[in-house]
Design a protein around this ligand. Structure first.
Ligand SMILES: [Zn+2]
Length: 273
């Protein structure tokens, strides 16, 4: 190995350990190969989750809508918001919802920072516990980017990492209740976990209204399909037979092989006789 490459090798290894687990960001790969991380649970249930709150400008509307629908959900809160709005954070728990950890701030993990990851996730988990009196169970990193450092920090703190199987792309400026509902429906199955947002602090201003507007039809659609809607705590993530494990393993192997296998050379036309 040339001297420069040899000098760079340790840095490359650190970078790989930092970012390789984030490949689980790919939704189809995740659902097939990492069903627990994807949030696959019991087939007669759908977990409803919200990220980025709490936010006094928007979260109360979601709490009222969920009350009207008779649904309990899991809120992945940012620690800095929870600490800034303790009344609202406590209200989410008092109204029967589950609180979970989304991080302290909504940062992107460009560089490995395992000590900072641990300190910030611990601080956010402590804020939730101090306000609600309950230790959170789940961790979902901002943007769903689960780096090696964040994964290790969550494990060390006793938090289970969980992402999602279906999202509404409700963070975009042009999202509407109809687009959110349609986008969720593409990937939603019984046992799935839905990602929506109850705040626009990390996305386009006012986009939370699209998620809020989509809620009633989403819930009705799930119930019509025979799926109860509820929290991750009630979802039996990874603790239930989610279908056909052998088939899922085979699908996972095929999916990863398709992504990594070199293409077979095309036969010349003359060889087709
Ligand atoms: Zn987020």
């Amino acid at each position: 190995m040339p001297p420069v490459a040899a000098a760079l090798a340790p840095a490359a290894a650190v970078a790989a350990a930092h970012i390789a687990p984030a490949a689980t960001w790919l939704p189809r790969l995740r659902a097939l190969c990492f069903p627990r991380l994807a949030g696959l649970g019991r087939p007669d249930h759908v977990a409803l989750t919200f990220d980025d709150g709490p936010d006094p400008r928007s979260t109360p509307y979601f709490l009222d809508a969920l009350d009207r629908l008779g649904v309990r959900a899991t809120f992945f809160v940012l620690g800095e918001h929870a600490a800034r709005f303790p009344e609202l954070t406590g209200d989410i728990a008092r109204r029967g919802h589950e609180l979970a950890v989304h991080g302290w701030t909504h940062s992107r993990p460009w560089l490995p920072a395992p000590a900072r990851d641990l300190a910030e996730i611990a601080r956010a988990a402590r804020a939730v516990r101090d306000i609600t009196g309950r230790r959170p169970l789940w961790y979902r990193p901002p943007y769903g980017i689960l780096t090696g450092g964040r994964w290790a920090a969550g494990r060390r703190l006793g938090l289970r990492p969980v992402l999602w199987t279906a999202w509404g792309r409700d963070w975009t400026a042009d999202a509407t209740p109809a687009t959110v509902r349609a986008t969720v429906s593409v990937d939603l199955r019984g046992g799935g976990t839905i990602l929506l947002h109850d705040s626009d602090r990390a996305s386009a201003p006012g986009c939370w209204r699209a998620a809020l507007g989509a809620l009633p039809a989403l819930v009705v659609g799930c119930r019509d399909a025979g799926w109860e809607v509820g929290t991750l705590a009630d979802h039996a993530v990874g603790g239930h037979d989610t279908g056909h494990p052998e088939g899922a393993r085979a699908d996972c192997a095929r999916h990863t092989a398709r992504r990594t296998a070199p293409r077979a050379p095309r036969r010349p036309a003359a060889g087709r006789h």
